[in-house]
Each structure stands twice: as C-alpha cells, then as structure tokens.
Design a protein around this ligand. Structure first.
Ligand code: DX5
Ligand code: ZN
Length: 223
C-alpha cells in the first residue's frame, strides 16, 4: 500500500489559508490533517468549526480531523457535518471509547484513536478490530514544531504486530516531528500515514517536500 501524506494545516499561514489549501490540492498529498485543540485536553487552542469549514470550502482532498479535546462525543456530528472524512479521538479523553467509535461510524466517518506518547499500544487490543486508524503521537500534543520522540518507533512496531493479528487493514498514522529525515525509519517500523506541519509549510518549496515524502523508496516495502 502506498503511504498517505497528510500536511497539518496548523502550520499553514492562516492569513493565506485559501492559498495554502490550494497548494495541498495541487500537490501529491493525500489528506488535510486538521488539528482541533480546546485548551483543556492540551495546553493550546487552535481553531474550531468556522476555520474548518473555510478549509473544507476549498479542499479537494479528505479532511483528517484530529480532536485534541475533552468530551469529543458531544461534537462528533458537528465535525461530520463540517466535512470530516476521518475523525480521530484521544484514548485519554474517552471513558466509553467503544461508544465513541460507534458514533463516529454512525456519522459516516472513518474512526481513529490517538495515543499520547506515554499511553501503551497494548491498551488498544480490545478495540483495534473496530478502528480504521490509530494515530501514534510522536510528540506531546498541543504544538507544532516539536522534536520527534524516538520511542515512537517501538510503539509503531508493536502496533504493526498487533494489527497483523487483529486488523490488517488498519491505517497507522504518526504525528509530530515527522518529515523527510525520518520517514524511511517510520515506514519500516510500520507507519502508513504521515502528518507533517513544519516540515512542509516551513519549507521554501512545500510542494517539493510533499513530493519527496510521497515518493520515498524504502528497502523493505519496495514501493
Ligand atoms: C500536534 C499536532 C500535530 C502538529 C504537527 O499536537 O497534532 O499535527 O501539527 O506539527 P509538526 O509536524 O510541525 O510537528
Ligand atoms: Zn495532529
């Protein structure tokens, strides 16, 4: 399977959002990664529905919505209506995770669960078969431009092994400090979807960085 590249709009220029959305439209990227932060689950506030709807208005690719919020259940339908294709909630924010996943599917979206760096992959064993995606955070969520946490590679390997047993179609996404420099190692550890904010929008030529990330060749996968 060819891997998925999901530029994180958090690192875009919000004063030129349409321009940056169109850059992604015309690039080799697959998804838009949309980071929603509430200032409670994470120590930062990003944006909500009006900005997401503005992105949706111009985006020609699916919106991959990463909810870094408490009580995500109360907003699932709103995010689906606002144009989410994938809705990812945090394991740490959901008391009744199975119910939340059912609600995401009932709203017509693909369902993902995100794990903070300290949350073990093994906790997903009894929900893995119900998921479309797992997002492994490779930084503490809340901010773009942070340094990649190396233990993420061990978590990806463990998740890949679990997925082979329980859900071979599972998309394994990695988010935080990702870019051309570590993509190959992440692919070899089992990741199949890659979020990148600063590595793309901070580059002189974002389209070229996206193309490099999309076309990377690895020894293992022979893509
Ligand atoms: C962090 C967000 C990320 C962030 C990634 O909490 O979930 O999606 O935008 O940004 P970079 O790629 O700059 O680390
Ligand atoms: Zn994210």
């Amino acid at each position: 399977m060819k891997h998925i590249i999901a530029p994180s709009v958090l690192a875009a220029d919000f004063a030129n959002l349409q321009r940056d959305v169109e850059m992604v439209n015309f690039s080799l990227a697959d998804w838009f990664h949309v980071d929603v932060m509430d200032g409670v689950f994470v120590p930062n506030i990003s944006f909500g529905f009006p900005v997401m709807e503005a992105i949706k208005k111009y985006a020609t690719k699916p919106l991959d919505v990463h909810l870094m919020i408490v009580n995500p259940d109360q907003y699932i339908e709103r995010f689906a209506e606002a144009g989410a294709a994938v809705i990812t909630v945090h394991y740490e924010a959901c008391t009744h995770l199975h119910r939340t996943i059912q609600a995401i599917h009932a709203a017509g979206c693909k369902a993902g669960v995100a794990l903070n760096p300290h949350t073990p992959v093994a906790l997903l064993k009894d929900i893995l078969a119900d998921l479309d995606m797992v997002l492994i955070m490779s930084v503490n969520p809340g901010f773009g431009g942070q340094k990649f946490i190396p233990n993420t590679l061990n978590k990806l390997r463990e998740l890949k092994a679990m997925a082979l047993q329980l859900n071979p179609e599972l998309i394994i996404e990695v988010d935080g400090g990702v870019g051309p420099h570590n993509l190959e190692a992440l692919i070899e550890a089992g990741a199949t979807a890659f979020v990148a904010g600063n590595a793309i929008f901070g580059a002189e030529n974002p389209t070229e960085v996206i193309a490099d990330m999309k076309n990377i060749k690895t020894g293992l996968l022979k893509i």
